[in-house]
Design a protein around this ligand. Structure first.
Ligand SMILES: [Cu+2]
Length: 401
């Protein structure tokens, strides 16, 4: 089965559980000498583009957020005549030096951004909601595939930025090399078979009071980090992503900047410590789910947890409904998350600006020491503002040159 065939097969089902996708998508790879390699399209409908990260030498334990990272810039297509493209999927493969597939225990995270955010807005005008970072791939879910009829609009020739980080939670007998191969699949607007709806993404990290869970932690918010608390939460998250997870400033400041101080003086962190045993953590985002519309329809929901994570649940406190539970399964023979379930549906579900929501994360720390933890949900919502006609009337040639 080709990759695109398996993608399409998956996209037929409403709610996709990807317990088997890692094995099913293991690829034989001929690693090219260049960092970038354009591949032939799988069919006349899906086109794909691959990037290879630099080769990382793993010679020690690298905890979450502290592993070797790489940032790459690329364009899906570089053409003289700009065309609307629909990003359909992103898939990460972890390869050794010989190009053989390796365990996903070594992936910390990877994130896809519009590298020139200003330009992206210039191209799309007001017909799109602002989002610099728009796809996240994390341990346990190495493929994000949008449902049939949905995509993320990108203009050909727009520069994208892909940041990825590897990690290694256990001492290994010998140093070894790892490389990430990331495959992007997209549809050209001119070739699309049916209508396409635009999705945009928003990440919501859990903020946990430092005092409540962090008694054993060895790091504390610096005044600089705490000052982020005065910013809008979404901005804080963006800043955190840009300065911490991004890795650009990681060598100088290996502790992510996931700290803020609430108006009532309580310090909160997105990166907390969990003592041995099973523990649940609750967070109520203070402005609903930060959707840009009074009602937003969620079509894909994915998550991020660290090793020993068991589940993340999204609850609507106003209706008392459990909207979705992401379940994580640990490796049998390694530390880390082997699989995570996610939600993917053409129907979607609604979230409301005037509802209260709760995110519940459960960790089962079966080790004998404190472990680091995060819980993030990624909501891919229908971008109602997207207007293809409006884009068509823009002088996109000028904007993309
Ligand atoms: Cu993390």
């Amino acid at each position: 089965m080709t990759d695109s065939a398996s993608f399409r097969l998956l996209s037929l089902s409403g709610i996709v559980l990807v317990w088997l996708i890692g094995a099913a998508l293991a690829l034989a790879s001929e690693a090219p000498p260049d960092a970038l390699k354009k591949t032939k399209s799988h069919s006349d409908r899906f086109h794909s583009f691959e990037i290879l990260s630099k080769m990382h030498t793993v010679d020690r334990v690298y905890p979450s957020m502290k592993g070797p990272s790489d940032t790459q810039f690329f364009k899906l297509e570089d053409v003289t005549k700009p065309e609307l493209l629909w990003l359909k999927s992103v898939k990460v493969d972890i390869l050794d030096k010989q190009g053989e597939s390796q365990s996903s225990e070594y992936l910390c995270h990877s994130n896809l951004y519009f590298s020139d955010y200003q330009r992206h807005h210039k191209i799309f005008g007001r017909s799109i909601t602002p989002n610099q970072r728009f796809i996240d791939i994390n341990q346990g879910l190495l493929t994000v595939l949008l449902p049939d009829g949905f995509g993320i609009p990108i203009m050909s020739g727009e520069q994208l930025k892909f940041h990825s980080m590897v990690m290694n939670l256990q001492e290994k007998p010998e140093p070894f090399d790892l490389q990430l191969k990331t495959t992007f699949e997209y549809v050209r607007n001119s070739e699309r078979v049916g209508p396409m709806k635009a999705l945009a993404q928003r990440a919501i990290p859990m903020w946990i009071p430092v005092a409540a869970v962090d008694a054993h932690a060895h790091h504390h918010a610096s005044p600089e980090e705490s000052s982020e608390g005065s910013m809008d939460e979404g901005m804080t998250n963006e800043k955190y992503q840009a300065d911490g997870e991004d890795g650009l400033s990681a060598p100088a400041n290996p502790t992510p900047r996931g700290y803020r101080t609430r108006p009532d003086g309580v310090s909160e962190t997105t990166h907390w410590m969990v003592p041995p045993g099973r523990h649940s953590f609750s967070y109520q985002p203070d402005k609903g789910l930060k959707m840009p519309f009074p009602k937003a329809r969620i079509h894909v929901l994915t998550g991020h947890m660290h090793a020993y994570g068991e589940s993340i649940e999204l609850r609507d406190l106003t209706t008392g409904e459990s909207l979705f539970v992401i379940r994580a399964k640990g490796f049998d023979d390694a530390i880390g998350i082997e699989f995570m379930t996610h939600y993917s549906s053409q129907d979607g579900f609604l979230v409301h600006r005037d509802h209260k929501y709760e995110i519940l994360a459960t960790y089962n720390n079966t080790s004998s020491r404190d472990i680091d933890a995060m819980a993030v949900i990624y909501l891919y919502y229908l971008d109602e503002r997207f207007d293809e006609q409006a884009i068509g009337s823009l002088k996109i040639g000028q904007a993309t040159n």
